[in-house]
Ligand binder design. Structure first.
Ligand SMILES: [Zn+2]
Length: 66
């Protein structure tokens, strides 16, 4: 998880899926961008242009604690 609480992680995921601007939770330096800019647009995978962290929302969802 990138956030401290499950609720915050879920809120982060929802923002990404709605394609709202999200500041990188890891470094706080940049807004996340689509991982695949040229390929078919997908809002599942995101990347921080500042620190290079990759956010895969499907994996994040799977890793959520119950
Ligand atoms: Zn970052």
């Amino acid at each position: 998880m990138y956030m401290k609480k499950r609720d915050e992680e879920v809120a982060l995921l929802k923002k990404l899926w709605r394609e709202e601007p999200v500041t990188c939770p890891k470094c706080g330096e940049a807004t996340l961008q689509f991982l695949h800019k040229k390929a078919k647009k997908s809002n599942c995978d995101w990347k921080c242009p500042a620190c290079g962290e990759i956010y895969r929302t499907i994996g994040m969802l799977k890793d959520l604690p119950n």
